[in-house]
Design a protein around this ligand. Structure first.
Ligand SMILES: NC(=O)c1ccc[n+]([C@@H]2O[C@H](COP(=O)([O-])OP(=O)(O)OC[C@H]3O[C@@H](n4cnc5c(N)ncnc54)[C@H](OP(=O)(O)O)[C@@H]3O)[C@@H](O)[C@H]2O)c1
Length: 315
């Protein structure tokens, strides 16, 4: 008669021990990946080719400009893509002076880009060994706004820039990467893509698209030599000397809101290492900056997603 409760207790204790063990192991792995382990070497994608190139979209400001600089410092030549030719020229000349790398510039507005514009990009990169693509360009809402009141033009622009441009530019480089059996497709997503963001619904959905698309692409390309990385970004602050755009509009860096140089340096040091995103176990997703990693981990493992959504709505 009393063997059943004892037996049940043993099962409960085993399940509890297993859950606790898994939790402790995953927590240790997240800490190890966040603070100790490095990622894949960037040199791997160039494979000793001194003429390897990286394409960076949205390359003249904020995070994209920093990717262009740090990839040039890592000995990649850079193709800079954004709207304004003057800013492209300035960034290209800075890269030449600072890092001695070659550059090409392509002025295109992804909000209105036509097949002709994507053909122009294809022609500009046709003769080059593209080893890395950074899908950085992105647009959010001008102001937080309920979806019912979001202007159609704003909805269209967000989808054209965040989704359509990313797919089109990736399509332009992917087959060549596959033929060379090496390459990296790195896409900037956002916490808004993992945690629904009220009043930024279209932006949030577009970043969720990029996340799921990257995860699917990574699984498709496993073993091909082409890596897919989707970085889930919390806020990154505005570079003090760049006053023009910047999505976050936050000027002061803090523990949770790094400067673009610190953020990009973390991304490039942790390629292939999920850090805090380990908890959700998505194939391509990473939260490489240390405080974003811990925030991602805490939100998902403690189940604070609902609280985070309420916090966004109240802010
Ligand atoms: N900053 C953050 O806190 C944060 C947080 C989460 C995710 N992210 C993601 O990180 C990425 C970069 O954000 P950011 O804050 O660094 O952006 P940013 O400072 O606003 O820079 C945007 C870059 O894209 C170019 N650009 C803007 N609209 C364009 C268009 N229609 N066509 C072509 N180029 C265009 C801009 O140059 P021109 O104006 O000359 O075209 C500039 O080079 C985005 O995908 C964003 O969603 C950022």
């Amino acid at each position: 008669m009393d063997t059943l409760p004892t037996y049940s207790l043993k099962i409960l204790a085993s399940v509890g021990a297993l859950s606790l063990g898994t939790f402790v192991l995953k927590t240790l792995l997240v800490l190890l990946q966040t603070f100790v382990l490095g990622g894949k070497s960037l040199a791997k994608y160039a494979s000793n080719n001194k003429e390897a190139w990286a394409v960076v979209t949205g390359a003249t400001d904020g995070i994209g400009k920093e990717f262009a600089f740090q990839l040039a410092a890592a000995k990649y030549n850079i193709i800079l893509v954004s709207r304004t030719q003057g800013r492209l020229d300035d960034t290209a000349s800075e890269i030449g002076k600072r890092y001695g790398r070659s550059t090409r510039t392509i002025a295109v507005d992804f909000e209105f880009a036509s097949d002709h514009d994507f053909n122009r990009i294809a022609q500009s990169i046709n003769d080059l060994d593209i080893a890395i693509l950074v899908n950085n360009v992105g647009r959010s809402h001008e102001m937080p706004v309920a979806f019912a009141e979001t202007a159609l033009n704003e909805q269209k622009a967000i989808i054209a820039i965040n989704v359509n441009a990313t797919l089109r530019v990736t399509s332009l480089v992917l087959n060549k990467m596959l033929a060379r059996k090496r390459g990296l497709v790195l896409t900037l997503s956002s916490f808004a893509g993992v945690i629904p963001s009220p009043l930024l619904a279209t932006y949030s959905g577009s970043k969720a698209f990029l996340q799921t698309w990257s995860d699917a692409l990574q699984s498709e390309l496993k073993g091909s030599g082409v890596d897919v990385e989707c970085v889930s970004t919390y806020f990154v602050s505005l570079n003090p000397e760049n006053k023009v755009s910047n999505m976050s509009r936050i000027r002061r860096a803090s523990m949770l809101i790094p400067m673009p140089e610190d953020y990009v340096s973390a991304v490039l040091r942790k390629i292939g290492v999920p850090c805090g995103a380990l908890w959700t176990g998505r194939p391509s997703t990473s939260t490489p900056f240390w405080s974003h990693s811990l925030l991602d981990f805490v939100i998902h493992c403690i189940g604070w997603k609902g609280a985070f959504i309420r916090y966004t709505l109240s802010g």
